[in-house]
Design a protein around this ligand. Structure first.
Ligand code: SAM
Length: 299
């Protein structure tokens, strides 16, 4: 099975506006599709990639222009500085999990299988979905489901989880499905479970925290005129990216000077609306359906 089909592969690499002699950073290497396209565009360039999942490292190309870092991209600035690669000319982030992570039953990401509720992208990190379900307080569970799952009826889900874990720990995907079975909305069981799984996954991997750190460090590693290209797959991520580009901070609060000019901006967005994958691509690769790509240039 293919490790991962890169979404908007060529469009994302176009967006980097690659120049000869440039240095590029792919912070979400995965199956390496985007990285390979970057390497294919120009002979004379340097590419640094990141992935926190050891599985992705087996996909590394044997190419002396390429260097793969096994770390969370929230350590971007530290790692890129260590590699003496500042200032870089472009940075690409294709957020979320890879198809491989979904398709490997034992990783616990997919409602299609039964396995331990793990959901860690970085196999060396401590927190698993099991820990959240069995040890988070009701208030913490409610925050996770409301913030990250955007779930209607999060309170009912929390009640069902808390009730179930008093009887027996919720350790597997089937345990979780059984715990919430009676409260699943009719006809929407699948999408409801998918949202619940998404919320848990975001918390396990602190995906919003990592994205915030990445965005905040990105202007420190890019040259003026360098490109930031981010592909996101749900509205929380896209909102954070949009806020950062348009206001200079992830909360989206614009600061203005005495004359009403917005201050603190680090980037200029190149398209008002995010770019979406064309229908032909969505037909071939359903993951592309929710993708939104934002392109910005460092001021
Ligand atoms: C959507 S896939 C990227 C696919 C890739 N663009 C390709 O062409 O195959 C996301 C990858 O980024 C990794 N990842 C996600 N968040 C990360 C983070 N905070 N730090 C490092 N790697 C991360 C995941 O492990 C996964 O392999």
């Amino acid at each position: 099975m293919k490790y991962h089909e890169a979404v908007m592969r060529e469009a994302a690499v176009d967006a980097l506006a690659i120049i000869p002699g440039g240095t590029y950073i792919d912070v979400t290497f995965g199956g390496g599709g985007h990285s390979q396209s970057i390497l294919d565009r120009e002979k004379n360039l340097k590419l640094i990639a990141f992935d926190q999942d050891v599985d992705a490292h087996a996909n590394a190309p044997d190419d002396k222009r390429f260097h793969l870092v096994h770390d969370n991209f929230r350590n971007l600035e530290f790692q890129v500085e260590n590699l003496k690669a500042i200032p870089a000319d472009g940075l690409l982030a294709d957020l979320g999990v890879s198809s491989h992570q979904f398709d490997e039953a034992a990783r616990g990401f997919s409602i299609r299988f039964n396995a331990d509720l793990d959901m860690r992208m970085d196999q060396g990190s401590e927190l698993t979905a099991k820990d959240i379900l069995n040890f988070y307080s009701e208030a913490e569970l409610l925050r996770v489901l409301r913030e990250y799952g955007e779930l209607n009826g999060a309170r009912r889900v929390v009640n069902a989880i808390v009730h179930s874990r008093k009887i027996k720990p919720i350790d597997t995907i089937d345990d979780l499905k059984a715990a919430v079975n009676d409260i699943l909305p009719r006809g929407k069981e699948h999408s409801f479970l998918a949202q619940l799984f998404q919320a848990l996954r975001i918390e396990v991997n602190d995906e919003m925290g990592a994205l915030r750190d990445l965005l905040q460090q990105s202007p420190n590693v890019l040259r003026s005129g360098g490109r930031l290209v981010v592909i996101s797959y749900h509205s929380l991520e896209d909102r954070m990216v949009k806020n950062f580009i348009n206001s200079g901070n992830v909360n989206g609060v614009q600061e203005k000077d005495l004359y009403g000019n917005v201050v603190g901006l680090k980037f200029k967005q190149l398209h008002r609306k995010p770019i979406e994958a064309p229908e032909e691509e969505v037909v071939k690769n359903p993951r592309a359906r929710s993708a939104k790509m934002r392109i910005a240039e460092k001021l």
